[in-house]
Ligand binder design. Structure first.
Ligand code: ADP
Ligand code: ZN
Length: 826
């Protein structure tokens, strides 16, 4: 007999390499579209929101087919390009489409799968065989009808409650209810207006007023409040909350008016984003036209020319050359052609300034999308990308938005390593993914940087991307002068003041004389890197990670920067009882304190992960600095990134050596980028910028390149080493991290995996080795590195690598071992 049923293949947000087939219940047949979400049962206890990938009528499935529970959308929440993008991402970065889905969709689109416990209606009330804790649970249920597992945990005062609950269920006392609720509910507002009988009918209105004046004054007040707004209301509609809020305690009066038939009402779905952007009131008015300098004009024309032939272009422009202005003009052009634009920034820290700059030109058409936004805000952008929001400014996750007609992607500060997602999968590089995404729409990608990554520059030199240079600062402002301060000498001459060299102090004093501001860059947060016992050299380390704990003075605690593990500062050595615990290494917090001593007159602020946790704190710090309420800004990496301040006279790099000697093949490139970028904050408008780099080894070549603003020599030097030592861009790196809570098993598993990979790829496999931090959050880690030459059949290589890893994971001995694959690892 032929099967008349309709089935859907559904993608679930899980690390499984397959779609799952469900039957559509009769009432949903013919009503479901590809790209809509459905809720489906999975396993014995779970319900997921899955995405419909295909609809069909054939079921040669061997397993029993379950039914879709409900349809969650009225329209698809994404387009075919998103599915293509996800598929590419899963294949290139070696993960599953389900993992991409989990990372791509805002969690408001997922289901809240909370288990609730209720009293079994057939429970006979006999509690004689129950424990005290179980009776406490029943008491709780009698008061609240249903309890979540967390609430039960609180009642009995323990974490592990499942055994308790299970026996209650087995005894027929309670039932376990898998409750699902969708987290996102559109917000609705009530709007009101005259009922048709009252509009225009002056006689009727007069009658009403008379009646109300005598008997219901509050109602009259409401009507008057409405009339005050009437002239400006569209078709007479006014927000109910607004009029009701003007008259105290008027809800009942409103209800009475409605009952009398004076008002009619309607419900309207509203945007959650209106009126809540911290930056909105800052929107600049004024000149909305970009007036290019000659050099900008030339660069702009070259980019346009380049896009006729190539789909990717690198704009290599020195700091403060006016790249942003060029981006803005290109965005305007894309909008004129009815296309959408994605503007990617590597970090949230940067967005607040950029929002203002973009809103000045594009107003409300700019939507912002990043991880600090709450779920409602994200979903609002998701649903309106392309109609209401034509320019999206976002961090890497904005790549997943369902663009309709993308015309241009700008990847600003393309060299930034934070464009790479670390954990969890998909471990994608947003710049590279952007280039692929753009190709799906036939769109262009513009990469911008003052210090391009070696990979990108290589691609540009070899004509894969177009290259446009802009080597003058806007307004012909001079690039900053870079000075080196020799810490060895200064220490010897005893001219150091704490961690500040006399050269840096002198320059800072001069800057303050001229009312200029100062930025100081120190790569470590916290107060001291660690504490050490003076007698036995014991260093307090994390319980869960293989790292020493960082001393935070303000919080008076030792904190693990990997897992957050925190202990109070020990007064004596926990190991030998010794009485002197010394501090070693120094961080931003310590620097801040030293500055207060050296510059007691200046206002000092700190910008690092600790000082910017709250949602708007970045914005606040940046705007205070901009308004010159701060004289010295101390910070980690965060202060090095493309911020545009116009009054910075001096920039100091406190410890260049720690950047340069960091054990990583990219440390040379990165230290050049960091030092050049932070230097680029100086003298952007005045051209009087000065930079002081503190180092024990002034002879480092990379410091010379920074002094001479010489990217080309840095590139040439580095690219030779990359060939020689088999690194990108000549080789592609894939890192496998093997993790387990037991050290011995981790080691054994890594060896076994390495052996099987060597059989396939020979000496392209390096390791296993311990990474720099060999235990994180209680997991031991061993790493394998694979180096594939650029010319190799990468796709086939990855396929056989995946098979080898799958085979390894199926081996019973290593079932509990986790293997994370990181393609193009940074
Ligand atoms: P970059 O991104 O290359 O570091 P920006 O785009 O931030 O440089 O430009 C540096 C400064 O010069 C900014 O304050 C910017 O507003 C200003 N600027 C750049 N181009 C123009 C222009 N054509 N007209 C007016 N101001 C400009
Ligand atoms: Zn830790």
């Amino acid at each position: 007999m032929e099967d008349e049923n309709e089935y859907v293949d559904v993608l679930l947000p899980l690390p499984l390499r397959m779609y799952f087939t469900y039957r559509l219940p009769l009432e949903l047949q013919g009503k479901v579209k590809i790209g809509e979400r459905v809720s489906v049962p999975f396993g014995r206890h779970k319900i997921y929101a899955g995405l419909v990938r295909s609809i069909h009528s054939d079921t040669n499935q061997k397993y029993e087919i379950k039914s879709v529970i409900s349809l969650l959308d009225e329209e698809p929440i994404l387009h075919k390009q998103q599915f293509e993008f996800w598929q590419w991402m899963a294949s290139y970065y070696m993960c599953t489409e389900g993992e991409v889905m989990a990372g791509a969709l805002p969690s408001g689109f997922k289901l809240n799968n909370e288990t609730k416990i209720i009293i079994n209606p057939y429970f006979d009330g006999d509690i004689t065989s129950l424990s005290e804790k179980q009776i406490a649970i029943i008491d709780g249920l009698e008061q609240k009808k249903e309890l979540s597992l967390d609430e039960i945990s609180a009642i009995v005062g323990q974490q592990k409650i499942f055994p308790l609950v299970r026996t209650l269920r087995d005894l027929g006392v309670v039932l376990i209810k898998e409750e699902i609720s969708e987290r996102f509910k559109p917000r609705k507002e009530t709007w009101v207006r005259w009922s048709p009988t009252y509009v225009e009918d002056v006689v009727k209105q007069k009658e009403l007023f008379d009646k109300l004046e005598k008997k219901a004054f509050k109602q009259l007040e409401l009507v008057l409040a409405y009339l005050a707004l009437y002239p400006r209301a569209q078709d007479g509609w006014v927000r109910k909350a607004f009029i009701v809020s003007q008259i105290e305690n008027s809800q009942a009066a409103f209800a009475a008016l409605y009952k009398r038939g004076v008002f009619e009402i309607k419900k309207k779905v509203v945007s959650r984003l209106d009126n809540q952007d911290a930056n909105k009131e800052q929107e600049g008015e004024g000149d909305k036209q970009v007036h290019f300098s000659k050099d900008q004009q030339k660069a702009y024309e070259q980019i346009q020319e380049a896009f006729k032939e190539k789909s990717v272009c690198l704009l290599h422009g020195v700091t403060s050359s006016g790249k942003t202005e060029i981006f803005i003009e290109l965005i305007r052009q894309a909008l004129e052609q009815e296309k959408q634009v994605l503007y990617l920034l590597p970090e949230i820290a940067l967005t607040s300034q950029m929002i203002m700059r973009l809103r000045k030109y594009f107003g409300d058409e700019v939507g912002v999308y990043h991880s600090r936004y709450n779920e409602h805000e994200k979903i609002e952008i998701w649903r309106h990308v392309g109609d209401k929001y034509k320019v999206i400014l976002g961090a890497r996750s904005a790549l997943f938005l369902p663009f309709k007609n993308l015309g241009l992607i700008v990847v600003d500060e393309e060299h930034e390593t934070s464009y790479k997602q670390q954990d969890p999968a998909p471990r994608y590089h947003a710049r590279d993914a952007a280039i692929f995404l753009a190709s799906l729409y036939g769109a262009k990608t513009l990469l911008g940087s003052a210090t391009p990554s070696l990979e990108t520059y290589y691609n540009a030199l070899h004509k894969k991307y177009a290259l446009v240079n802009l080597f003058t600062r806007y307004g012909n402002v001079a690039l900053p002068s870079v000075f080196v301060s020799n810490l060895k000498e200064e220490t010897h001459r005893k001219t150091m003041r704490g961690h500040l060299s006399s050269l840096l102090v002198k320059k800072m004093e001069a800057a303050f004389e001229k009312q200029q501001q100062v930025i100081l860059f120190q790569n470590r947060r916290g107060f001291a890197t660690c504490m050490e016992c003076d007698s036995c050299q014991y260093i307090p380390i994390c319980e869960h990670c293989d790292v020493s704990l960082t001393y935070h003075k303000q919080r008076s605690a030792l904190i693990c920067h990997y897992c957050g593990y925190t202990i109070p500062v020990p007064s004596v050595c926990p190991h030998c009882g010794g009485h002197t615990m010394k501090m070693k290494g120094f961080g931003t917090e310590h620097l801040e304190e030293e500055l207060q001593v050296v510059f007691p007159q200046q206002r000092i602020a700190r910008m690092d992960l600790d000082s910017t946790r709250a949602k708007n704190s970045h914005y606040q710090l940046i705007s205070d600095f901009q308004q010159r309420k701060i004289d010295i800004m101390v910070g980690t990496q965060m202060v090095t990134k493309g911020l545009d301040f116009d009054n910075v006279g001096v920039v100091g790099v406190l410890n260049a050596d720690s950047l340069i000697t960091f054990p990583d093949f990219r440390s040379y490139e990165r230290s050049f980028q960091l030092m050049t970028q932070v230097s680029g904050r100086a003298g952007r408008k005045t051209g009087e910028g000065e930079v002081v780099i503190q180092t024990y080894k002034p002879e480092y070549e990379v410091i010379k390149y920074v002094m001479n603003h010489d990217y080309a020599s840095m590139y040439t030097g580095q690219i030779k080493e990359r060939i020689m030592f088999k690194y990108p861009p000549f080789y592609r790196l894939i890192k496998l991290s093997v993790k387990h809570k037991e050290e011995a098993l981790t080691n054994e598993a890594a060896d076994v995996l390495a052996r099987s990979l060597r059989a396939l790829f020979g000496d392209r496999v390096l390791g296993p080795e311990y990474p720099m931090v060999s235990r994180i959050k209680t997991y031991f880690i061993k790493e394998l590195l694979l180096k594939f030459e650029r010319s190799s059949q990468l796709y086939e290589m990855k396929e056989s690598l995946q098979r080898a890893v799958d085979e390894f994971s199926e081996d019973g001995r290593y079932k509990s071992v986790r293997v994370a694959i990181d393609v193009d690892t940074q």
